[in-house]
Design a protein around this ligand. Structure first.
Ligand code: AMP
Length: 496
């Protein structure tokens, strides 16, 4: 049994109906149970006014119910909007405002709730469902936005069908792969496993933060369900290496590591090959705006021996990747339909190329004579920290909203290999350098109301005023230099 993403329905319902479909933090569902519960969920969503093209926020963290709701939304034709509980309430409310949504599905309690107040719904007729201008979307995923507002990436159904086709035809994952799903559903990397599982009739094991934490039992659970396909950011795999049991002996069926989202280092590949001699390692690259990934390469011995910094691969079939004035551009059916309500950004970043949607990524890159793509970092202040995509200006905006702060800059401190170690905040308060005004004593808690934990800086330093560069922008490079000289004499490198 599987879910046909083009026909938008379950097919081959008599085949392997008893096989596991989704192993959640709350319960595990077999394929026939997934189908039955998704259909029942559609009726509940309809009763709450949801219909085709009406966006449906799903909030939770790794429950089987979260997965049921995403499949139900696909059946209903309502774009799902995944919001992990790592996002604070305030961020969820901003997302709801952008969507015009008053009700969301809470996967933890398995109920539909009001966005304001989180009450159970007594009279659904009181809420007016609002459909999106874009039709036939599969999902809308909100990523960090430079203005301080998260931006909604609208992904069409044609794009997820394209993703599933690529995964089933080219990745050789086996007939019914068993995926590890670790990234939150609000991070598009997780859509690999959602659509990979649905398209193949495989299984997905959802790893909650508690399960994935040290001593949380992740390896045991993965072994129990016979995981074959590891999907994560390189950062997460790197963390797992600290556990010596993370090896082929513990996970004998694991045959593929599928990476995306940040730089994959030669060092990590080498370590994984020692622990998992039988597994293939695939590096993939792409922004959320182009449905999970666009390029791919199997990092075998030849690739490993040839490059000090690994390439991010070749364009998938049907996609076009090229470099324009140093910037990587992507065209194809998998490129988003645009950011929600952001015509300004759409005009700046999207264009048509040979009759297909195209997107300027903001990544610096180069393509060699064999059409192999290399990614050389960002043009702007977007960073990756522990695998999470962050606009430093979004943190700036949250810092500026703190009482008594007149200007602010968040800065990423990097290791010599370029990986971000931590984020430090610099704020101008008008008072003498180094004094923390009373209103800022609980700055961490204040920021956590608005930002997810991974965006809250680890340190906050106060200045009378912040240095500006020649174009009157805050000089982040100088702040890093200052930090290195005065606060942390080490080998951190500037982000700028
Ligand atoms: P996200 O939208 O969270 O998937 O982040 C997309 C960004 O992550 C890209 O624009 C790149 O800057 C970076 N990225 C994604 N995959 C890779 C990769 N394989 N190697 C290097 N950077 C990557």
């Amino acid at each position: 049994m599987r879910f046909d993403l083009t026909a938008n329905r379950f097919v081959d319902e008599h085949l392997r109906a008893e096989a596991w479909a989704v192993v959640g933090s709350d319960r595990a569902l077999r394929w026939h149970e997934l189908a039955a519960q998704a259909r029942e969920w559609v009726e509940r969503a309809r009763a709450h006014g949801f219909a085709q093209d009406v966006p449906l926020m799903v909030r939770g963290h790794k429950e089987a119910s979260f997965f049921v709701a995403m499949v139900g939304a696909l059946l209903l034709g309502a774009p799902f909007v995944p919001v992990d509980t790592i996002y604070p309430d305030e961020r969820m409310e901003r997302i709801a405002r952008a969507l015009g949504a008053q009700i969301y599905f809470d996967a933890q309690s398995d109920r539909f709730l009001t966005v304001s107040g989180k009450h159970a719904i007594t009279d659904p007729a009181m809420f007016v469902p609002r459909s999106l201008r874009e039709r036939n979307l599969a999902y809308v995923l909100f990523t960090s936005g430079t203005t301080g507002e998260p931006k909604g990436v609208q992904i069409g159904r044609e794009s997820v069908a394209d993703l599933a086709k690529w995964m089933t035809e080219d990745f050789t994952l086996g007939d019914t792969p068993v995926f590890l799903n670790q990234a939150p559903f609000s991070f598009d990397l997780s859509m690999y496993e959602v659509f990979g599982t649905l398209a193949t009739g495989g299984t997905v094991v959802l790893a909650s933060r508690a399960l994935a934490a040290h001593g949380g039992g992740l390896l045991g659970k993965l072994a129990q369900y016979g995981v074959t396909t590891w999907v994560s950011t390189p950062s997460f795999a790197q963390q797992q290496l600290l556990d010596l049991r993370f090896s082929q002996t513990e996970l004998p069926l694991l045959n593929t590591f599928l990476f995306c989202g940040e730089v994959l280092s030669v060092e990590l590949v080498r370590q994984l090959r020692q622990r998992f001699p039988a597994a293939r390692i695939i590096n993939t690259y792409g922004p959320t705006e182009a449905t999970v990934a666009t390029t791919w390469i199997v990092v075998d011995d030849t690739v490993l021996g040839k490059y000090e910094r690994l390439p991010v691969g070749y364009a998938k079939r049907g996609a076009k990747v090229f470099v324009d004035a140093g910037e990587i551009c992507i065209a194809g059916a998998h490129v988003m339909r645009g950011y929600l309500n952001r015509d300004d950004l759409n005009a700046a970043r999207m264009f048509m190329c040979d009759g297909q949607r195209a997107f300027r990524t903001g990544d610096l890159g180069a393509v060699d004579g064999d059409r192999l793509l290399f990614c050389h970092g960002r043009i702007d202040d977007q960073i990756k920290f522990g695998g999470y995509r962050i606009e430093l200006s979004e943190i700036d905006a949250a810092l500026c909203a703190l009482q008594g702060v007149s200007s602010a800059a968040a800065v990423a401190l990097r290791r010599p290999d370029g990986r971000v170690m931590r984020i430090v905040a610099f704020v101008a308060t008008g008072s003498a350098e180094g004094t923390l005004p009373g209103a800022l004593l609980d700055w961490r808690a204040q920021l956590a109301v608005r930002l997810p934990s991974y965006m809250v800086p680890s340190e906050l330093l106060t200045y009378e005023s912040l240095p500006v560069s020649a174009n009157f922008k805050t000089d982040r490079a100088r702040l890093v230099q200052d930090y290195r000289n005065h606060h942390f004499k080490s080998s951190f490198q500037a982000n700028a």
